[in-house]
Design a protein around this ligand. Sequence first.
Ligand SMILES: [Zn+2]
Length: 50
Amino acid sequence: MGKFPVADAEISHTKICRKCKGRNSFNAIRCRRCGYSSMRPKNKVVKRKK
Ligand SMILES: [Zn+2]
């Protein structure tokens, strides 16, 4: 989780289009930018720098 709980909640409601990587609402069935129907949930785990 990130620093801001509010931002985390916002991120967890987001899906990313596998084609154009556009952000869509979690309820979206198709990408609103390109119409592609395959989406993944946005990664919640942030990679840490060493
Ligand atoms: Zn797209």
